[in-house]
Design a protein around this ligand. Structure first.
Ligand code: SF4
Length: 239
């Protein structure tokens, strides 16, 4: 797997260092958490975490091109939506539910209790996401994602690993592997959620945080063929 990472932060770059300064303390007339207890406090904390959290979709986009993350997080609302994209999303949903009705055993995915469209949230990682399917076994939880693709790619691998890490935190079961159902190839691809892959997920999250917090514009990808079909092409004058 080859995922591009950002260049190191220059120590005298004022833009970057300013962004990582301590957050300001709340105004004295803001509601105090000291008067809140139990469920009310938990709910308030969870809502605050959700509001700040990044989505797992950003990991997929980062793997395609880190600059897409800049457009998504620093210039919200500019993303063009085309008829082709909407039609593609509708077809994905239709095919996903058709595939999900199949018996997993036919594809060597273990049979267990299945839940679909499961919302996940990790306070530790600052991430939210909705995975297409989770399979619950007595000793593990297995994320399953459906992709309109014939081949497994790096962005699928990073995304399924992140779903596994969130599912672990949410349900307290280990996520040792995940499956990507390739709708165009009509097959499941298994992804082992290894220590090295988890480290790669954390490195990508760090890079995404840096882009988001410092409004850092990453360089284009080495493979500029990716730009040909990119919806942000009209904003990138250097490719
Ligand atoms: S046009 Fe190229 S550089 Fe610009 S966001 Fe798309 S893939 Fe990245």
């Amino acid at each position: 797997m080859s995922v591009m990472h950002l260049p190191p932060i220059e120590p005298d770059d004022p833009t970057d260092s300013d962004a990582f300064e301590a957050l300001p303390t709340p105004d004295s007339d803001e509601p105090s958490t000291e008067t809140l207890e139990g469920a009310a406090l938990d709910e308030m904390i969870e809502r605050a975490e959700l509001a700040d959290a990044l989505t797992i979709t950003l990991l997929k986009q980062y793997t395609y091109c880190p600059r897409v993350v800049y457009y998504e997080t620093c210039t919200p609302g500019v993303r063009p939506t085309t008829y082709k994209m909407e039609a593609g999303a509708a077809l994905h949903t239709q095919e996903k539910y058709r595939a999900a009705r199949r018996t997993l055993a036919a594809y060597q995915v273990p049979e267990g209790t299945r839940q679909f469209d499961v919302r996940l949230h990790s306070a530790a990682l600052g991430l939210v996401g909705m995975v297409d399917e989770l399979v619950f076994m007595p000793d593990e939880v297995i994320p399953v994602d459906y992709k309109m693709s014939a081949w497994l790619s790096d962005n699928h691998i990073i995304q399924i690993a992140a779903y596994g890490m969130l599912a672990e935190e949410t349900f307290g079961l280990p996520a040792k592997r995940g499956y990507v159902y390739l709708l165009k190839g009509k097959r499941y691809a298994m992804v082992e959620i290894t220590t090295a892959l988890r480290s790669e997920v954390l490195a990508v999250i760090t890079d995404i945080d840096r882009i988001h917090l410092t409004e850092y514009m990453p360089p284009p990808p080495e493979n500029t063929n990716k730009c040909i079909a990119c919806e942000f092409k009209r904003f990138c004058n250097d490719v």
